[in-house]
Each structure stands twice: as C-alpha cells, then as structure tokens.
Design a binder for this molecule. Structure first.
Ligand code: NAP
Length: 546
C-alpha cells in the first residue's frame, strides 16, 4: 500500500500499539469493514466489547430472536464463494443459525486475527499534530491509528427501565440484548416482562410456552403482523442460490433495500373490496410485504393510513379471544407502520393462553420494582424472573457512550446534542478521519444491504485518498448543512416523523432523549445510492483533503 496512509514511525519507547486503521465493533459492519481495509493494505485492529464476533447476533440471544428480513437477502453478497457455501435453514433465520453464519464468515476470511475481544472502547481522541486517533479501552490500554471507523450498530446501546428499585429485585433480571449464553430455563417460573416492542413481541410467545405464568407490562402497544416463517429445503435453497444476482439487484432497486416494493396505486383510488382482498393477501404472505409492499401512500396520507390501520385492528380482534384484551393490544396513538412494524409468530394468540396476563400500564402504572417483583398503582406482582425488553438508545446512543473528541477537544456528543450533523452519514462534521459504517443520516432499511453499501462507499473514499496521497479527510460545513437539510426534508412527509420511537430518537429511559430527532435518511434508498455514486464519480469534491 502507498506509504501515505501509514502513520509515521513511533519511537521505540512508545508502547502504544500503532495501526493504520481502528474499527470499533465486530458485528456485520465491522467484519466487512475489516475485510475491505485489509484488501486496501491497511494494518487494522478491530476492538469489540463482546467475547466474539457477531454484534447484534452475538448479544441478542433471547428466545424467539430471528430476522424479519428474508434470510436470503440478509447475507453478505460480496463473495460468490460464500454465497455458494452457506445454506439458510429458514426463510427468517433464528439467531443461533445467523451466528453460525457469521462464524463461518469470520473463519473463512480469518477475520479474528485482527480482532481484539472483551475490549470496550471508552474514548477516542484526535491528535491534530500527529494526524491520528488515540483510542483508549476500558482496561486503560491504548492504540493509535490514522483512521477510525465506527461500526457500532444502530441498536447496540441497550437501555434498562428507569424505574425506582430496579437493583432491589432478588431474582435474575435480563435485558434481551445482554441475554446469557446458556439458555434461560423458564420452566415452572413466574415471569414478568416489561415492554411490547419488536423484541418482546418475538420473546413473549416463546416464554409463554415454557413459563408457569407470564405477565406482560405494556405501556404503548405496537402494531405487528405475521412473519409466516418456514423452513427452506435443500432443493429450494439451491434454487434460491441460482437467483442470488437477481435477488441482490432487486434489493438495490427498492426504497428500503428489502425485496418488497410499494404498489404504485393510492389506497383510496382502489375499490374497497379490491383493497381488502389485496390486504388479505399481504397479511397471509411472509415478511414485510404488508408494510413495504402496500399501497404507496399508507405511510404518507392520514386517510390511507387510517384505512390500513382499521384493517390490521380487525385482524387483532379476530385473533384475540377476549375483546377487552384485544382492545388493549390495539394502538390508539399511532397508525399502522408509523413505528417499525414487528413481525410476529403467534404473538396475539399468546394472550389467549391461561398462563399469560396483560397489564395495561396506562390504567395501573408501575410504581417501583421490589425485591419480589413489580408494584403497580394497583398491586404487587411477584416474579421469579424479570425481562426488561425496554429497547435501545437508538442510532446515536452507541456514539454517546464513547468519549469521542475531535480537534480542540470538541466532543461529538455535544456537536450532536440536538441531532447528528454529517455528510451522507459517512463522516460527522468536524471530526477528521472518523468514518462511520451505518452512521446516523445514512439510508438503512435491510441492514446488511446498507452495511455493504456503506463499507463500499468508505472503501472507495480511502482508495481515492491512497491514489492521491492524501492522509486527512474532513467534511465541508456547507455540504453538511445541505445534507442535514436533505435528511430532515426527506422525513417531513412521513407520518412516522410525528411519532415517538427509537427511530425518531425518543427514549424515555435516557435523560435528554424526549425530543424527536431525525436520525436516518428516510428518503428512497435508491436515491441515496445514486447520490453516493455521484459523489464518488465526481472525485469526492464535497470532502476536504490534505
Ligand atoms: P422498542 O421497540 O423500543 O420497545 C421497547 C419497549 O419497552 C416499548 O414497548 C416501550 O414502551 C417499553 N418500555 C421502555 N421503557 C419502559 C418503562 N420504563 N416502562 C414501561 N415500558 C417501557 O425496543 P425493542 O423491542 O428492543 O426493538 C427495538 C428495535 O430493534 C426494533 O424496532 C427493531 O428495529 C429491532 N429489532 C429487530 C428485530 C428483528 O429484526 N427481528 C427483533 C427485535 C428488535 P413505549 O413504547 O411506551 O416507550
């Protein structure tokens, strides 16, 4: 590799390890970033808090954890050999199989040799004179590199409920994102679960099958639709593999990089019976079709949204035996699809079981967690095990947990206090050589597709720097202002931008996270891809190099 990307030799007495690039995180993003950095000839170190690779799929081992992307759209597409080698077992892969897949990738490309596990990054400070980043781990160990890549994921900073008495509970209490490596045995146990987001919606039916009794504490219900998972036979997988090119091309060509594409018709232009038949068909099909393959205006137009919302509410009423419980499970504060739609397998039917109780926290709020369980305004519920399915400080949370300081000691956390400022989501404003895989303000959707795109973009930028002997890249303020405006504008027409969720940056368990922020590029992913290509083809003039 050209010498220019390598930092100057350090004196022998300097014990701090020196790399060309440091990557934070060994999940799907960090693994692929490392692979590409190696190809570019950069000596790279990956620091990972967990004891092994996998990120989301390493941490989230809770019962029921699985994709709601079609498995065969989820894997890496960069290696034909890898595509041929791996067979998905289910259309929506469960967590253990996904982790097996990622282990295969790590082994095949010998990724672990450049990774350091059990290494939580605490701080990353830019040294302007040396033109490099100094990274400090929780252990106090330090390392330096010209380039710092964040591959920290958008849902990795898990949050526990801010409820008094949490520490006093005597039994085991788990957050799904810190689930034990040995399966939790719920047999004969009284279990309480707080939260009814995508995680809880996957876990509840599974825990209910095992536990003696399960009590669900619900603050706001979520809309959910059936996943319709099934196994993939050998022949079917062979047939899928022959279509890989077509499948990945399709993903590149849809707004959210899934296989699903909206129907070009507007909801209310379609006759009610035809509309109903279309929705019945989507509801009976696997995956996100009901959300992303629906009429094109369901997430934009209040009346269209009200119509699909009523349809889905009807489905909940059909599936839940007790009309009072069904009513509690139907969200009243937001329409279908305006928060991330969890896909479920028997979630609503779980409430028909004798051993499952739904507690509506709007009627009887939680007052405290006690040594024996949970006390609401009404009574104390006793439990052997508690599950806090209370979500994440989404997108920026993982950045906030690291003390990232740029030139002059400016803290990223402060710069982003009112919302992220980036160019294309590739780099934050004012932080040289800090490159983000799946950073705020990128297009997301089907995560591995966004990851591969992001890594390719950043690799392209580095290749350009190598070719031009540049060692430092920064954003330009006017371009950051322009992109931030584009991102905000793209969100404005969406009904989802008026709803509190992790996607709009709201988390009531985190101080200062009660105001909505725009955290992603919510426009069409195809447009985002085109924009990134234009920047690359134009010679990255929108960035400043030295
Ligand atoms: P979430 O959607 O943010 O849900 C958290 C839940 O906990 C909400 O129901 C929330 O209620 C409740 N909660 C939080 N604090 C509480 C408190 N103090 N008291 C009572 N209730 C409280 O988090 P998540 O379920 O972990 O899902 C986050 C995202 O992860 C999903 O949207 C999805 O993108 C991703 N995910 C993906 C998959 C998959 O691919 N299959 C699976 C799981 C998760 P409020 O709504 O009232 O705040």
């Amino acid at each position: 590799m050209p010498d220019t990307l390598l930092v100057a030799e350090r004196p022998a007495e300097d014990q701090v390890a020196q790399y060309d690039a440091i990557v934070i995180g060994a999940g799907i993003s960090g693994m692929f970033m490392l692979y590409r950095l190696r190809e570019l000839g950069l000596i790279t170190r990956v620091f990972e808090a967990g004891t092994d690779i996998g990120g989301t799929w390493y941490w989230n081992r809770y019962p029921g954890a699985r994709f709601d992307s079609e498995s065969w759209t989820y894997g890496y597409s960069f290696s034909e050999e890898l595509l041929q080698e791996w067979d998905w077992k289910e259309h929506f892969s469960p967590q253990p199989d996904t982790l097996d897949y990622l282990n295969l990738v790590a082994d095949k490309f010998d990724l672990r040799r450049d990774m350091q596990f059990g290494s939580t990054v605490q701080a990353a400070h830019w040294d302007d004179a040396a033109g490099q980043w100094t990274v400090t781990l929780e252990s106090g160990e330090q390392a330096r590199a010209r380039f710092l890549f964040t591959a920290v994921g958008i849902l990795s900073a898990h949050t526990l409920p801010a409820i008094p008495g949490r520490e006093s509970f005597r039994g085991p209490a788990y957050h799904p994102a810190r689930w034990p490596h040995d399966p939790v045995d719920f047999t004969g146990k009284r279990v309480g679960i707080i939260g009814t987001g995508a995680t809880a919606i996957q876990a509840i039916p599974e825990i209910a099958k095992q536990a003696k009794h399960l009590t669900v504490f619900q603050r706001r219900p979520n809309w959910a639709a059936p996943l319709h998972n099934s196994r993939i036979g050998k022949e079917e997988m062979t047939a899928i593999t022959t279509r890989d090119d077509e499948i990945y091309a399709r993903c590149r060509d849809t707004p959210s990089w899934f296989i699903h594409k909206a129907d070009p018709r507007k909801t209310l232009d379609v006759a009610p019976e035809e509309r109903e038949a279309f929705w019945e068909k989507l509801y009976a099909e696997p995956g996100f079709g009901i959300w992303m393959g629906n009429f094109r205006d369901i997430l934009l137009d209040e009346k269209a949204n009200a119509a699909i919302t009523e349809f889905i509410a009807g489905k909940i009423r059909q599936r839940v035996n007790d009309p009072k419980i069904a009513d509690k499970l139907i969200p009243k504060d937001h329409g279908f699809g305006t928060r991330r739609v969890p896909l479920e397998s028997g979630y609503f039917e779980a409430y028909n079981r004798d051993n499952v109780l739904l507690v509506d926290l709007n009627e009887t709020p939680i007052e405290r967690i006690t040594p024996d369980g949970i006390e609401t305004s009404d009574k104390e519920y006793e439990f052997d095990i508690l599950v806090y399915a209370t979500g994440f400080d989404g997108v920026t949370g993982a950045f906030d947990r690291i003390d990232i300081r740029g030139p002059g000691g400016v803290r990223l956390r402060d710069v982003w206090a009112d919302g992220p400022r980036t160019y294309l989501g590739w780099m934050p404003e004012g932080f040289p050589n800090l490159l983000m895989v799946l950073g705020p303000h990128t297009a997301r959707g089907n995560i591995p597709r966004a990851v591969e795109h992001g890594v390719e973009c950043l690799s392209g930028l580095l290749e350009f720097m190598q070719a031009h002997n540049y060692t430092r890249v920064e954003t330009r303020p006017e371009r950051v202002a322009e992109w931030t405006e584009t991102v905000i504008k793209a969100s404005e027409p969406l009904l989802s931008s008026k709803v509190d969720s992790w996607q709009t940056g709201v988390n009531r368990n985190v101080e200062g996270r009660s105001v909505r922020r725009v955290l992603g590029y919510n426009g069409n992913g195809v447009h985002y891809r085109r924009k990134c290509e234009e920047i690359a083809n134009g010679g990255y003039r929108e960035f400043a190099f030295r």
